[in-house]
Design a binder for this molecule. Structure first.
Ligand code: ZN
Length: 113
């Protein structure tokens, strides 16, 4: 257990949880509309928001327009939705998310900081 694990708020369920339980999402400019994408490596620059790797949290965030609020503009979340779809296809357990992050060994060190 890490005592000083930073805590972030999930924009879906609004629960405050240790950052390593959440996915980081960021926006990039894709022409006219900002697109939200999952920052798997948590290294992308720019404004970020945090979301459980859970479809219900994504659905809540979309429903309450939490993405638009977090990024202060209208955003396209289709990339996040396809990320979740790909994760569903990878395996029934939520563990597929951690598998993605641990593929390169250096990512694990980031997590323990
Ligand atoms: Zn959540």
């Amino acid at each position: 257990m890490t005592a000083h694990q930073p805590v972030r708020t999930c924009i879906g369920c609004r629960r405050r949880v240790p950052r390593n339980e959440l996915l980081r999402v960021v926006t990039f400019d894709n022409g006219s509309v900002k697109t939200v994408t999952v920052d798997v490596r948590r290294r992308m620059a720019g404004r970020g928001a945090w979301l459980h790797p859970d479809r219900s949290c994504l659905a809540m965030a979309v429903k309450r327009k939490a993405f638009n609020r977090a990024f202060k503009s209208a955003v396209d979340v289709s990339e996040v939705e396809s990320y979740f779809s790909a994760a569903d296809a990878a395996g029934p357990s939520g563990e597929s998310m951690t598998t993605v992050q641990s593929e390169s060994g250096s990512e694990m060190k980031m997590e323990t900081r």
